[in-house]
Design a protein around this ligand. Structure first.
Ligand SMILES: Cc1ncc(COP(=O)(O)O)c(C=O)c1O
Length: 372
């Protein structure tokens, strides 16, 4: 396999993207430093307006991070103590953590084994009198089956808070994800499709009251200085991050297109590797491939072999949330969510970022072909 071992292929490479926009970034960052207006202010407002337009919604509110975005959206929609909120066990821990932070109880629904997203046909059986909301996740940048989720939500009068932390710009039946539920939540963690240079997040919505409540919640429950209508959080997007995001937002569609091209190339090259299952794309969606996730039999052996070849991979996520010590109190057991449990043992995320080159993808696939 010496042909392959010609250099490390990173899982993500943030440096190569920074180099392509270095001058623009340094200019806007200098502008903020000269302004000395570091929290909220005009840079945040401009980014919020641009991001709302990008998502096709009326309002975007910049917050401290993606976890807070979900918590504040739930709180703004009146969800809290005594309520139950449905989400999936195959997601990043913040999805569930944010529900608890809002004061509600997490209820899991298993995933669809092919898309790794919520199996909407299993939601209804988990609904009780206490259920108030669903937090569907567009995991890996793949829009989940929102039609079904919205239909169940309407039938049972539930709120929908989309976790779009991995799916900036993805499209579901002609609309950007995040714009379809009562609120959509984004993370701008540096390695996300749209990432800043620290922590950041946003809530998007078409509802004026929800927007106003989120914007008060992020800033100690106030609209005016020194008048606090209720207790809130300190969860404001800062001006340096907003300035970075303004620059990067201009390129997000182009970067997402590159991710899709890379994904398509992986899928094409892997099509004759029988032991590999490539990602399924839901009809009517345009995914943004935050991650390119394949399913194989012996995942750990494949990862070890790729590592030896200098190819970095990841697992998203190795332990489903219902089996995490933090959620033992919910009383779920091994076997409670079989599709999520199976996926976590067999999935592996391959290197994926807009600047990944064709020959790097070829090297990864050559290595998989020999190992899988
Ligand atoms: C699916 C999902 N939800 C929520 C979050 C939380 O975002 P943040 O890390 O910005 O708090 C993340 C990112 O880690 C995520 O991947």
């Amino acid at each position: 396999m010496s042909k392959i071992a010609v250099g490390k292929i990173p899982f993500v490479d943030l440096k190569v993207q920074y180099e392509s926009i270095r001058n623009e970034i340094q200019e806007v960052v200098n502008g903020v430093l000269e302004d000395t207006n570091f929290i909220l202010g005009k840079h945040v407002k401009k980014f919020e307006d641009d991001f709302a337009r990008f998502c096709g919604v009326k309002f975007a509110i910049g917050v401290g991070n993606g976890t807070e975005a979900i918590t504040l959206a739930l709180k703004a929609l009146g969800i809290g103590a005594g309520d139950e909120v449905i989400t999936v066990p195959n997601t990043a821990v913040p999805t569930a953590e944010a529900i608890t932070l809002a004061g509600a109880r997490v209820v899991f629904v298993d995933i669809d084994p092919d898309t790794y997203n919520i199996d909407a046909s299993k939601i209804a059986e988990k609904i009780t009198k206490k259920t108030k909301a669903i937090v569907p996740v567009h995991l890996y940048g793949q829009p989940c089956n929102l039609d079904e989720v919205m239909r169940v939500a309407k039938t049972f009068n539930l709120k929908v808070v989309e976790d779009a932390a991995q799916a900036h710009g993805a499209i579901y039946e002609g609309k950007r994800v995040g714009s379809i539920g009562d609120a959509g939540c984004f993370s701008f963690y540096p390695s996300k499709n749209l990432g800043c240079y620290g922590d950041g997040g946003a809530v998007v919505t078409n509802n004026k009251d929800t927007a106003s409540k989120v914007s008060m919640l992020r800033d100690h429950g106030r609209k005016e200085k020194y008048v606090h209508e209720f207790e809130g959080h300190n969860s404001r997007l800062d001006a340096l991050q907003a300035a970075v995001l303004q620059v990067k937002l201009k390129y997000i569609d182009k970067w997402n297109e590159r991710r899709r091209e890379n994904a398509q190339y992986y899928t094409e090259l892997l099509s004759d590797v029988n032991s590999v299952t490539v990602p399924e794309i839901l009809t009517g969606t345009v995914p943004v491939f935050h991650l390119y996730v394949i399913k194989v039999n012996d995942r750990d052996a494949l990862m070890a072999g790729l590592k030896e070849e200098g190819i970095e991979t990841g697992v998203h996520y190795p332990l489903p949330l219902h089996l995490q010590p933090a959620y033992a109190y919910l009383g779920n057991k091994k076997g409670s969510y079989p599709a999520a449990e199976f996926a976590t043992k067999h999935i592996v995320s391959l290197p994926m970022f807009p600047e990944l080159r064709m020959e790097q993808i070829e090297m990864v696939v050559d290595a998989i072909r020999e190992l899988a």
